[in-house]
Write a protein that binds this ligand. Structure first.
Ligand code: BTN
Length: 258
């Protein structure tokens, strides 16, 4: 079932979250909103779900969240430039918002993970579609809000939630109301050529660290140097600097890898 909410009245935004639709259950808000984009939905349209039966994660993975525990949403934008920076921008804004709301220090890991400590608390999946020569982008965001430890048993990576980190249950609507204005401001700056990657760099402890890069079947080592203006991660290897666009990376610690 789909329902309109009264959250729009609480939003300090001009476009983001207008309109906003909240689903009890859907396969994937990203998949649905990509269809709406093709049919001409306006920039700022936001779909939120209590439960996804086929939530999409990066690199073909599934995004798993028990019903009602996560803030699962997709936002439609129609960017004129800097599409490649949308994942980094969104990750930086998510980290900033999570920290502002919960007080827990949140960092980013290339390309679009948000971590508390060494555990993932949120992820971003940007998918694009061309409609009558104009590009539309669906920014999918999944935030682990009220999950308990056993909720992560099926998740194949170290993960955490705001509840686990703070010991309290959070209203997803409050998080949404804190997030959307920040996202709109950052996006407008990005479109005006005024958003700086420094916002991402300032929250990226991985920069300067040895990392393992996983690409398809291949794994190789390097040092994470920086992010480029097109969103690539620049990695120092023995052969020189490599720019990577699609991969998983892990920071290498002396005794373990996360
Ligand atoms: C990742 O880290 O792999 C990206 C996860 C993105 C998940 C969100 S949940 C809401 C939106 N709809 C989807 O199907 N996926 C994104």
């Amino acid at each position: 079932m789909i329902r309109r909410t009264d959250i729009e009245a609480r939003l300090a935004t001009r476009r983001f979250g207008r309109p906003l639709y909240w689903y009890d259950r859907i396969d994937s808000t990203n998949r649905e909103l990509l269809e709406w984009a093709v049919r001409g939905a306006e920039e700022g349209t936001l779909l939120v779900a209590d439960e996804q039966t086929a939530g999409r994660g990066r690199r073909g993975r599934q995004w798993i969240a028990p019903p009602g525990t996560g803030l699962l949403m997709s936002l439609l934008v129609r960017p004129r430039q800097a599409v490649g920076l949308l994942p980094l921008m969104t990750g930086a804004v998510l980290a900033e918002t999570i920290e502002a709301v919960s007080g827990a220090r949140a960092t980013v890991k290339w390309p679009n993970d948000v971590l508390i400590g060494e555990r993932k608390v949120a992820g971003v999946l940007v998918e694009t579609v061309i409609q009558r020569g104009q590009q539309a982008a669906v920014i999918g965001m999944g935030i682990n809000v009220n999950m308990q430890a056993h909720d992560f048993e099926r998740v194949g990576m170290p993960a955490t939630s705001l509840r686990l980190e703070t010991g309290q249950i959070w209203e997803r609507e409050d998080l949404l109301a804190a997030l959307l204005p920040r996202l709109e401001t950052a996006y407008d700056a990005l479109q005006a050529g005024a958003w700086s990657l420094d916002a991402w760099r300032a929250r990226a402890p991985m920069l300067g660290k040895p990392i393992t890069v996983f690409e398809e079947e291949d794994a190789w080592y390097g040092v994470a140097l920086d992010v480029a203006e097109d969103g690539a991660l620049l990695v120092q290897t023995e052969e020189g600097v490599r720019a990577i666009y699609a991969a998983d990376v892990r920071v290498r610690f002396p005794s373990s890898e996360t």
